[in-house]
Each structure stands twice: as structure tokens, then as C-alpha cells.
Design a protein around this ligand. Structure first.
Ligand code: SF4
Length: 136
């Protein structure tokens, strides 16, 4: 078993954890980092026990593109990103192009990542429609 020091990804608090990993890369459990400046050895129940999703069979492992009949098909990242860029370009064209785009960020991101998402939305995509999954 090896212990990998990292940051809990469940919320923006940023608690310090060790992921205990078997030789075949199976996650065996989580233990807190007792010297971590934020959490000082304490974790909430999500931090301690919330790692089953990593190997969950329902987890998406590639982008999906909705087809005309409403079903989804797997796509490469290049194709998916091109579709996103095409959609964003279309939404930003024309005179009345403000607030056609909304951006939803995540409670699992760090504050810095959420700041960058808001900056991208306001300065890059010209929208003030920015929200966060914790309000949904
Ligand atoms: S252990 Fe709990 S409080 Fe700490 S980052 Fe993870 S989810 Fe947030």
C-alpha cells in the first residue's frame, strides 16, 4: 500500500488527506493529514468515506454528445470541445448577445478555480449569469 498526500475534492474547504492505495491502484481508504494547515487532522464524513465514486460503473469516462434523436453517443475530447466552441461562438455572435450564456461552477472546485470561472464568464464570455451548484 502507498499513501498519496492530496487535498479532499469534495468541497472548497481544502482539507488535507492521504489516499491509501493498493498496488493495483484500488483505493483502500482515506486518512487525515494531521499536520495540514486547514484541517489539522479533522475530516467530515464525506472526506473520510466519499471515495466510492472513483470506481463507480456509472461514472462518465468520456464526453457524450446529444444526437438529434435525443440519445447520447461517446465522443473524443477534441470533438466535444469543438462542439462546445462552436456553440459558444454561435451564442456570442450578433447584436444582442449579452447573457445568452450561463456558467455553473462547482462546490468541489477551489476558491481560486471558482474565481477563474467567474473571470472567464464575465470577461471572456461577456455574461453575468454565473452561479454555483451549492445554490441548486
Ligand atoms: S473533508 Fe469535508 S469539509 Fe474537508 S474538504 Fe472534504 S468535504 Fe470539505
Amino acid at each position: 500500500m502507498k499513501r498519496v498526500e492530496t487535498t479532499c475534492g469534495y468541497c472548497g474547504c481544502g482539507c488535507g488527506i492521504y489516499v491509501n492505495v493498493a498496488d493495483d491502484d484500488t483505493i483502500l481508504g482515506i486518512t487525515p493529514s494531521y499536520n495540514h494547515i486547514v484541517s489539522k487532522g479533522k475530516l467530515c464524513s464525506k472526506g473520510w468515506h466519499g471515495y466510492a465514486f472513483v470506481r463507480d460503473s456509472r461514472r462518465l469516462t468520456s464526453p457524450l454528445i446529444r444526437q438529434e434523436d435525443g440519445t447520447f453517443r461517446k465522443a473524443s475530447w477534441d470533438e466535444a470541445l469543438e462542439r462546445v466552441a462552436e456553440g459558444l461562438r454561435g451564442a456570442m455572435m450578433g447584436e444582442d448577445n449579452t447573457d445568452r450564456i450561463g456558467v455553473i461552477s462547482s462546490a468541489r472546485c477551489t476558491n481560486e478555480e471558482n474565481y477563474l470561472m467567474a473571470k472567464l464568464a464575465r470577461a471572456g464570455l461577456k455574461t453575468s449569469s454565473v452561479d454555483h451548484c451549492a445554490r441548486l
